[in-house]
Design a binder for this molecule. Sequence first.
Ligand code: HEC
Length: 184
Amino acid sequence: MIKLLSTLTGALMLTIAFGVATPASAETTTISTPAVQIADGHLKSEMKKKARKFPKNVAARKKAFKAMSKGMKGIKKARKTKNKKLLVASANRIAKASAYLHKNVDKLFSKQTAKVKGTRAKPAIWKKWRKFKAGFTTLRKASDGLVKASMSGKGVGKAFKAVGKSCGSCHKPFRFKKKKKKKM
Ligand code: HEC
């Protein structure tokens, strides 16, 4: 009897250990026997569900930043080639992305996103939250100014400079430099 019990406990310990060692499978393997494991798996999947949206937020903010970077390049090219259509489209691209960032900053930069792998957001963001947020207000105003300038064709250089300045003045205190390529 005792031997049987110890074998059973041994098996149970094994399954638990296995469950812990492979968190990726915890969500899908719900039918395994011991109640302990089911409860454990449930808790894990809840935690995972919560954790899942943070990388998504990081991806969403990066996408918006990339769009702005594309817009900036477009402005440069448009000014060189005197392409008004490209100028207006690029300014609008920047304005759209900056409005999105400005509006959703609380969600896109929630505290929990600080530890998401691959982010270059500095912890200073959450220490100087108001200053950080204000950066998006400045950016939004500047990019609206750029849209107006691009349409009228007046003061484009100045408006473009103002936008560029707002990008840079946020990146310096709040964004880590790009890491050199490192194999994991
Ligand atoms: C108020 C702050 C702020 C402003 C304004 C701002 N950025 Fe950023 N930017 C950040 C932060 C923080 C990150 C890092 C995001 C991350 O890695 O999670 C970032 C990342 C980026 C990236 C890298 C995205 C990627 O794929 O990793 C680009 C490109 C970029 N910004 C361009 C711009 C441009 C262009 C502007 C101006 C038109 C701008 N940013 C304005 C804070 C800002």
